[in-house]
Design a protein around this ligand. Structure first.
Ligand SMILES: Cc1cc2nc3c(=O)[nH]c(=O)nc-3n(C[C@H](O)[C@H](O)[C@H](O)COP(=O)(O)OP(=O)(O)OC[C@H]3O[C@@H](n4cnc5c(N)ncnc54)[C@H](O)[C@@H]3O)c2cc1C
Length: 388
């Protein structure tokens, strides 16, 4: 059967390798969820197997793979351990800012380190003052007039906060007249003034360590800027948003596929001893699993089409990217909800794993751009209005 992402050759081999790794990663997933434990061993295995540089340039030690391969790998990880998939998605998205930066001083060395599995990175966009509206940071960069800058910020959610080596961060440029005049920069976790200020105890993705981080008078050198001053929004929207949309859509689909598989098993095995029938003999439950499968297939097909469009983008591609994320997030809520209903009390208890998928699926919806933002962006684009 043709691959839904149109991938072949090396890409397919990498996805098969990810599937094999996912088998090991899955064994730790219950502990990760129960104890809100960062999946360090799973992340180390991904690093050792070369997945940190999956989409980085080949000449800098990466695998040079496409958004389609990224999506297929993330689907495998999300079926095994959604927290691991989340950490990985944020790492790949942040890495893409290094790949595309023209201002980062040690770009090549950093990308080689990442591809060698020696550097985990993440995104630190959300701030207490701008909440989910990541495109409008409230933190400001001050120019110290010696070719370097200083910034303070309350970053409200940073995946891998205690474990990432660096945070790809945002602030307003010095003297900005609007929050849209932002700059992206890289901050080292161990830099002076960078402090993880809380811990993460969430409903879902409980192992992703998405904690708040305070930046207090952090020095940012010219070479740590990822964009020229004031051009951060363009990188957020043109680089981070597409990779983030693909990665989180693939995560949502991984959750859908896992929920379908658990539901199929339960309906086929559990039954009524008084007459020997199985749950699958009830037509309403069969209808639910059919709807789960259909909805997932629709959304995966849209993402597969979109990742292929991204290889040769045109003016419709951004719209498809946003629609793919929106469709996948909505599908994940619907499909995991149907799994809960189809499997009844057994799903409500923890042993089938469906309640975890149901909880984890809700995280995607509130991550920025949220479904509210996506609807607004898509609606504005379709009616000829500017995005902001
Ligand atoms: C598990 C997890 C991991 C995360 N990891 C990261 C990370 O690594 N890096 C990072 O930067 N952030 C991260 N985030 C933060 C995330 O991207 C959002 O910023 C955060 O969830 C927003 O929460 P809030 O309470 O501030 O939402 P609010 O902004 O207060 O939103 C509340 C509601 O208002 C709606 N709303 C807000 N603005 C508008 C608008 N303009 N139009 C219509 N409706 C609107 C929202 O859709 C939402 O329903 C993470 C979040 C989660 C849950």
């Amino acid at each position: 059967m043709a691959n839904i992402f149109g991938i072949d050759g090396v890409g397919l081999k990498l996805v098969a390798q990810a599937k094999e790794l996912a088998g090991k990663i899955e064994q730790r997933a219950i502990e990760v969820d129960n104890d809100a434990k960062f999946p360090s061993e799973s992340i180390a295995e991904l690093a050792a197997a070369g997945f940190f540089g999956l989409c980085n340039p080949v000449e800098l030690g990466g695998n040079g793979q496409s958004p389609g391969v990224f999506a297929a790998v993330v689907e495998e990880l999300a079926q095994a351990c959604p927290s691991t998939a989340m950490i990985y998605v944020m790492h790949v998205c942040a890495s893409q800012t290094f790949v595309t930066s023209h201002t980062l001083a040690n770009r090549e060395a950093l990308l080689k380190q990442i591809s060698a599995g020696e550097h985990l990175t993440t995104l630190a966009f959300s701030e207490r003052g701008s909440r989910s509206q990541f495109w409008a940071p409230v933190s400001e960069m001050r120019d110290d007039s010696q070719g370097s800058f200083t910034t303070s910020a309350s970053k409200s959610w940073v995946t891998s906060a205690n474990h990432a080596d660096s945070y790809v961060s945002s602030s307003q440029k010095p003297g900005a007249s609007s929050p849209l005049e932002s700059t992206l920069y890289v901050a080292r976790r161990n830099a002076k003034g960078v402090n993880v200020s809380g811990s993460f105890n969430g409903l879902g993705l409980r192992g992703n360590d998405s904690a708040p981080v305070e930046f207090i008078d952090v020095a940012v050198s010219q070479g740590e800027l990822l964009t020229p001053q004031g051009e951060g929004a363009a990188m957020m929207l043109e680089v981070v948003l597409p990779w983030f949309s693909v990665g989180t859509a693939a995560m949502a689909h991984g959750l859908c596929l896992a929920a379908i598989s658990a539901t199929q098993k339960h309906l086929s095995n559990a039954g009524f001893s008084y007459d020997g029938t199985k749950l699958r003999d009830l037509p309403n439950l069969r209808a639910r699993v059919a709807e789960m499968s259909c909805r997932t297939a629709q959304s995966r097909a849209l993402l597969g089409f979109t990742t292929q469009l991204m290889l040769d983008p045109d003016d419709q591609t951004p719209l498809y990217v946003l629609q793919s994320r929106m469709a996948a997030l909505e599908a994940a809520l619907h499909v995991t909800d149907l799994g809960m209903k189809a499997c009844g009390g057994a799903a409500f208890s923890r042993h089938l794993g469906i309640e975890q998928m149901f909880r984890d699926a809700r995280a995607g919806w509130v991550m920025a751009p949220t479904v509210d933002h996506l609807q607004e962006f898509i609606g504005r684009a379709l009616t000829g209005l500017p995005l902001f």
